[in-house]
Design a protein around this ligand. Structure first.
Ligand code: NAD
Ligand code: MN
Length: 516
């Protein structure tokens, strides 16, 4: 009896759900059961230490080089989405606070930063980059606690890229004339920068580093669920003795962001976030002197040809959609598999997602952490339900998820058609929509059949095929035989409803300069 129970426990843990709305699970036929990981592959807990981290209890605004209480007098809570515990109170800046931050940035621009040589500006950026490296473990733990992403990723991907971004743009600060031969670059003035919650520090680096290198001063607003690391970055600016007011960081939600966008004394708005807010911003700055760049959503096609190395491609599918819980604007969320290898890819994908560990983001073995907020979890569930209602088939491992916190298992849909909402809308969670194609032409057509155009992936053994396909994809970034690789030297940005303007590389200087 006991033995039987035990063997049942270690059976394959995947459940397939059919399109029926009652979500009744249907077992996978025995001949398709391949791997029996069950309990046998469980890892001992390996939690990253967090007891030495000093959080809060209250974070103020960073204006004019000092931490100041908000004029609004209001605060809101930031929680740990893996535990639902309150981590700290965050200042809720109103229009008056925004005005103080903009004035401080303007004073710093006219008084110091504009006049400083590129060589001197570069020294500050190098210093900031080195301080970020020194504090990177602590910042990674904070990023994981406040946002839910795994420590594996915040430690090995986010933080190294944050430092690399500052290092890279530090190098440009004294070479701007060489970047644009025959032209004379000028800074713009004060940049208002609004960022999302999926890569809090990395998005701050993408915004601040090029703006500062080009001689602008900044007012930055992190997203309301992930403000804590931005305030620790402010401390680093103090330690680096960055002149007061060159960077101001104010916290708050949409209303605070709107106050930045509407402020008349700002020269440039840089925004990363949802397409709907991006559209509002376009209207708000129309007819003003403000320059605008938008980095919005995406629904990237990841295209697997029959001649691709399948095991590598499956790893690329995994990192394409399950990296950072799928909270990635360039996630490979629409998978196109050539018909001849469809069954093989699906079988391998099923096996592979059953090995992904979901849970405590501070555990070094965790692959998928917590969903960033209750709101985002609700959005994922709503879109998954729409997929089931519209007739797609959901595959997800049966997992024991922690009782507290926001979680979603790694999942994929088959039987998806182009008109399904799950094929059109950004789910922004660990949910993949799988479709098929027959010819390269069909792959291109289906890949481009989206209002977005941020990124794409192509997997094939043939270099010539890569070049042919890549040139026809309307996507700002295309990865060939890899996915979700980032580097500060490489420009990133979209077409169509994914926004405009580029961040990273020499292209990333342009939004922060005028050229005479
Ligand atoms: P959002 O666009 O509402 O928020 C992004 C940032 O904009 C936040 O700092 C927010 O406070 C601010 N903001 C909100 N309303 C504003 C306004 N009217 N004016 C100025 N600033 C404003 O995004 P969200 O609610 O956090 O996420 C919603 C969806 O956006 C996600 O489900 C996802 O599809 C998409 N998203 C995309 C990215 C990306 O990297 N492109 C990042 C996060 C979210
Ligand atoms: Mn939080």
């Amino acid at each position: 009896m006991t033995a039987r129970k035990k063997s049942q426990r270690s059976e394959l843990v995947i459940v397939e759900r059919d399109g029926a709305i009652n979500h009744r699970p249907a077992a996978i036929p025995p001949n398709q059961r391949k791997l029996t990981f069950g309990d046998r592959w469980s890892y001992a807990p390996a939690p990253e230490a967090s007891d030495y981290i000093k959080i809060g209890p209250r974070y103020q605004l960073f204006i004019g080089g000092k931490f100041v209480a908000p004029r609004s007098g209001k605060y809101f809570d930031s929680i740990n989405p893996a535990t639902e515990e309150k981590l700290a109170e965050i200042a809720d800046a109103n229009a008056h606070d925004v005005d103080l931050a903009v004035s401080s940035a303007r004073r710093a621009y006219n008084g110091t930063w504009k006049k400083m040589s590129g060589r001197e500006r570069g020294k500050y950026l190098y210093r900031i980059a080195r301080l970020i490296q020194e504090k990177s473990r602590e910042l990674a733990v904070l990023e994981t606690m406040d946002g839910g992403k795994t420590i594996k990723e915040s430690r090995d991907i986010d933080l190294p890229l944050v430092a690399a971004h500052f290092f890279y743009y530090a190098g440009w600060a004294d070479k701007l004339e060489y970047a644009f031969p025959g032209r004379t670059p000028h800074s713009l003035g004060v940049a208002g920068q609004i960022i999302p919650w999926n890569f809090p520090l990395l998005m701050a680096a993408w915004k601040l580093a090029p703006a500062l290198a080009c001689g602008n001063t900044c007012v930055l607003k992190p997203a309301e669920t992930t403000s804590i690391t931005a305030m620790h970055l402010a401390e680093i600016f103090q330690h680096a003795e960055l002149p007061d007011g060159v960077v101001n960081i104010i916290t708050g939600a949409g209303a605070t962001g709107k106050a930045i966008v509407d402020h008349p004394n700002i020269d440039k708005i840089a925004f990363t976030g949802s397409t709907s807010v991006g559209k509002l911003l376009t209207q708000a700055v129309a007819g003003t002197k403000k320059k605008l760049t938008l980095e919005l959503g995406g629904k990237a096609a990841n295209i697997i040809f029959e001649d691709a190395p399948i095991d590598q491609a499956v790893e690329g599918i995994i990192s394409g959609i399950y990296f950072n819980q799928g909270h990635v604007c360039c996630a490979g969320s629409r998978l196109f598999v050539q018909e001849g290898i469809f069954a093989t890819v699906i079988r391998k994908l099923r096996d592979r997602i059953a090995t992904l560990r979901v849970g405590n983001p501070l555990d070094k073995n965790t692959d998928i952490g917590a969903i960033n907020s209750r709101m985002q979890l609700d959005k994922i569930c709503e879109l998954v339900d729409s997929g089931l209602k519209q007739g797609a088939k959901l595959v997800q491992p049966r997992l024991r998820l922690p009782a507290k916190g926001y979680w979603y298992p790694p999942s994929f849909f088959t039987g998806v058609t182009a008109s399904h909402r799950i094929a059109q809308e950004e789910i922004f969670g660990p949910v993949l929509s799988v479709m098929t194609f027959r010819t390269p032409e069909e792959a291109i057509e289906r890949a481009n059949n989206t209002p977005y155009g941020l990124s794409a992936g192509v997997w094939t053994d043939k270099g010539s095929k890569i070049f042919k396909i890549v040139n026809k994809l309307r996507a700002g970034v295309v990865w060939a035989n890899t996915y979700n690789k980032f580097d500060p030297t490489s420009p990133f940005g979209g077409y169509k409803e994914s926004g405009f303007g580029r961040e990273g590389g020499v292209h990333g200087l342009l939004p922060y300069l005028t050229l005479n």
